[in-house]
Design a protein around this ligand. Structure first.
Ligand SMILES: [Zn+2]
Length: 419
């Protein structure tokens, strides 16, 4: 038997000892120890851990890398960040957005990511320019990764008159997913109208829904519950995701537990974005301060699928970030206190399998028949990969090597100067 590519001596979670992974075309054909047959190309991965490629479930590619051209966010709050962004958004051109996004897309691929879901601002300030820019960046990188675009009404829908029409246009012009920002509206009644509008638009377009929900420390905001209710009523729960949900940290235990059970029943997903939210939330608290992270362990225990996203890279919201899912997983492990072997595996799934389920990616995983989107880590266990933030030795997309990283280090001690 001849295959297009064989990865020899790979460690794969759930399998004992080293195995060989045979790839035919874009798919994994077979996995076995000492696999007979030959590959047109073969890579000896020398006992490294091979996992499914990472999935980035929540990022804002239209805003990345603007940190150096805008004034700093002095209060550190979400409100000031949005205010600061207005000027950038007014000035942004399609080409400039396309270029900035491209840099981060390529960085994400080198970090082992082959699927990205990006929110893109849709409002009366920038109109559909950001969407055009990101759609162009997506077209520039079709050989490297898949990108889902979320039409995101950052300024609200009813608070920013005209955005409802722009949202419809965005969905006609290449956006895949309907976004939302209900807590940005005046009150819960307006938030419900906002949520209903977005869900109805999604149903009409047969699209998923992925909203920014209750990204505030204010425990009085409970639009998550409205989203779950409205999604359940339309039988759209598994196609609905709630991002951020920071207010969940401020809710009382009883309400939080009931709401989480409701989300589990409806099949609504949650995406936590701890890099940005640990930085932004609780800014006006004295100690003890709210950390702005949803109740990850309770969500998981209730059976809610939870993904973990980067959210921001070098913008008014967050000055760091490299679109590296291993960094996100390490931060989520700290934020949600995931430290046992099972919990560490969960943190990794939140940027892998569970994120893939949220994005409804078919044929995901290291198994025969799955798409050969793989990452070869310079590590033998997931915990070591997290702990050492191991280089991604090779990244494969649809059976083709699309990235490689070689890290060279040398420790120089007295008497052993480098040759
Ligand atoms: Zn976000």
């Amino acid at each position: 038997m001849t295959y297009d590519l064989i990865l020899r001596n790979a460690l794969v979670e759930g399998r004992d000892g080293a195995v060989d992974i045979a790839i035919a075309g874009a798919r994994i054909a077979e996995i076995a120890a000492g696999l007979a047959g030959e590959g047109a190309a073969e890579i000896d991965v020398e006992g490294r851990l091979v996992g499914p490629a990472f999935v980035q479930p929540h990022i804002h590619l239209d805003k990345v890398l603007v940190g150096s051209v805008m004034p700093p966010n002095v209060s550190g709050t979400l409100a000031e960040a949005i205010e600061l962004l207005h000027a950038t958004k007014r000035a942004a051109t399609v080409e400039e957005v396309r270029e900035r996004a491209g840099v981060v897309i390529r960085q994400a691929v080198l970090a082992g990511t082959t699927t990205i879901r990006s929110h893109v601002d849709v409002d009366t300030i920038g109109g559909l320019r950001p969407l055009e820019g990101i759609a162009a960046a997506r077209a520039d990188h079709t050989d490297l990764c898949d990108i889902q675009l979320v039409a995101f009404p950052q300024e609200g829908i009813w608070r920013d008159p005209g955005t409802d029409e722009l949202m419809r246009q965005a969905m006609e012009q290449g956006a895949d997913v309907v976004g939302g920002m209900p807590h940005w509206e005046a009150d819960h009644e307006e938030a419900r109208r906002h949520i209903a509008f977005c869900l109805d638009l999604a149903l009409a377009q047969d699209a998923d829904v992925d909203m920014h929900v209750d990204e505030t420390d204010d425990g009085n905001w409970r639009s998550f519950e409205i989203l779950v209710e409205e999604a359940e009523r339309r039988d759209w729960g598994p196609r609905t995701s709630a991002g951020h949900v920071c207010a969940m940290a401020a809710w009382d235990d009883e309400f939080a537990a009931a709401s989480i059970r409701h989300a589990a029943r409806a099949g609504v997903n949650v995406i936590t974005n701890p890099p940005t939210n640990l930085m932004l939330q609780g800014r006006n608290d004295s100690e003890p301060r709210r950390r702005g992270i949803p109740r990850v362990k309770e969500l998981l225990a209730a059976g809610v699928t939870v993904g973990a996203g980067q959210d921001c890279v070098d913008d008014a919201f967050y000055p760091f970030g490299t679109a590296d899912p291993l960094q996100v997983a390490l931060i989520v492990a700290h934020a949600a206190q995931l430290g046992t072997p099972e919990e560490i595996a969960t943190a990794l799934r939140m940027v892998g399998e569970d994120a893939a389920r949220i994005l409804r990616l078919p044929d995901y995983g290291v198994l025969p028949g799955a798409r050969a989107d793989l990452v070869v880590l310079d590590a033998t266990t997931g915990r070591d990969a997290l702990r050492e933030q191991s280089p991604r030795r090779w990244v494969l997309r649809e059976g083709r090597v699309v990235g490689e990283t070689v890290r060279e280090q040398a420790l120089l001690r007295s008497g052993t100067a480098a040759g």
